[in-house]
Design a protein around this ligand. Structure first.
Ligand SMILES: [Fe+2]
Length: 387
């Protein structure tokens, strides 16, 4: 029997033009804001300037921290936390893809407490952050779901540990999800981020703790992605496609809060912790189908539902329908060139045991909710099959 209990305190405003809400909302959050963003894209598109201007109109002084890299690192979190302490910042805006928003969350718990970010990581100091600063999320990609969950994924560049943290006080207080600002997302990022959302949804659906609430959202998110990713990939300006992909990302983000991902994310963290140049969404596409084959005996009934409801498989036998779901998923990924092998991407075979061990250890919470009781050895075997 299923159980449901959830805490989802984020106010989500989802609409074309949602960014403009910032002016009114910012007035209530304080006088000084730190905008956390990446090195270039929000400057090129003019979005950073627009946010600065909206804050100015609201009478809020803004500071910009623009060093965030893909697969963001804890050194930058600590550096920005120092700015928050020094300037007595009232709230933080995560502007961009998952990396700036996750960094904003990590900064929000580091700055008002003592020490460094790694002190608040279960595999680091393990302290619980008592205090936090409000975070506003403005996503420019449709994938991470970070606008609707408490999680922040940060890598320690010294140990190559890519951890996910999430506390009751790391939900954004406000998320402005505006499909309009996602129009400029390049083709490859359109595919990578949409597939990240797809994997949040399918992993939540296969999670041993799946429940009816997250199931509805997960299936709906997958259907929207399968329908609209090909459209947005061809024409990034198609607002119907962008809006549907943005909503798919947000609802998949809600499934992360309700249920959560499974071992595919642990595999991917093991992989990109060692190879940060491999994009999260691509990594998930490489390991996902192999994981589903590996756990097939424990997951085929649910995979059959995905096959029928998401990919239109017409097959009454669950095992056959489950196999077809994996095949259809690979076919779908092929449309965007996402079926790569680890060997093609420069991964060294001798790194696989370490990648498997690290992924298993640092994201153990998602491994244990995977059907089939996986061990670190199983994860190593899955990596070998992806090689
Ligand atoms: Fe993800």
């Amino acid at each position: 029997m299923f159980k449901i209990s959830f805490y989802l305190p984020t106010e989500i405003i989802f609409r074309v033009g949602a960014v403009d809400e910032l002016e009114e909302r910012a007035k209530k959050l304080g006088k000084k804001a730190l905008i956390v963003t990446g090195r270039s894209s929000t400057k090129k598109t003019g979005l950073l300037q627009r946010v600065v201007d909206l804050l100015k109109k609201a009478g809020v002084e803004s500071f910009v921290f623009d060093k965030i890299v893909p697969n963001p690192i804890s050194d930058h979190v600590d550096e920005a936390a120092e700015i928050v302490r020094k300037e007595k910042i009232d709230f933080i805006i995560g502007l961009g893809g998952g990396s700036p928003i996750d960094s904003a969350k990590a900064i929000s718990i580091t700055a008002p407490n003592e020490g460094k970010f790694w002190d608040y990581v279960p595999v680091g100091g393990g302290k619980i952050p008592e205090k936090s600063i409000p975070v506003v999320a403005i996503p420019t990609t449709h994938g991470t779901g970070t606008e609707a969950d408490p999680f922040a994924v940060i890598t320690n560049p010294q140990t190559k540990e890519k951890v996910g943290i999430g506390y009751r006080n790391t939900f954004p207080v406000l998320s402005l999800v505006d499909p309009e600002v996602m129009k400029t997302l390049p083709k490859d990022q359109t595919a990578y981020t949409s597939m990240d959302a797809f994997y949040h949804a399918i992993e939540a659906f296969l999670n041993v703790n799946a429940n009816p609430y997250s199931d509805v959202l997960a299936l709906d998110a997958m259907k929207r992605i399968v329908t609209y990713l090909p459209v947005a990939y061809e024409n990034g300006e198609d607002m119907e496609a962008r809006t549907n992909l943005a909503w798919a990302s947000t609802e998949a983000g809600i499934t992360e809060t309700l249920t959560g991902v499974i071992a595919n994310h642990a595999l991917e963290h093991g992989l990109s912790g060692f190879y940060p140049e491999i994009t999260h969404g691509l990594g998930l596409c490489i390991t996902g189908p192999y994981l589903f084959e590996y756990i097939f005996d424990h997951a085929y009934e649910r995979l059959a539902i995905v096959g029928r409801e998401v990919f239109g498989v017409y097959e009454t036998d669950d095992r056959k329908a489950g196999r077809l779901a994996i095949k259809k998923l690979r076919d779908f990924q092929e449309m965007f060139g996402l079926n790569k092998r680890l060997s093609e991407l420069g991964v060294k075979k001798e790194d696989i045991p370490k990648m498997a061990e690290t992924g298993y250890r640092i994201l153990n919470g998602v491994v244990v909710v995977t059907p089939g009781n996986l061990t670190a050895k199983d994860m190593e075997e899955i990596f070998n099959r992806c090689y």
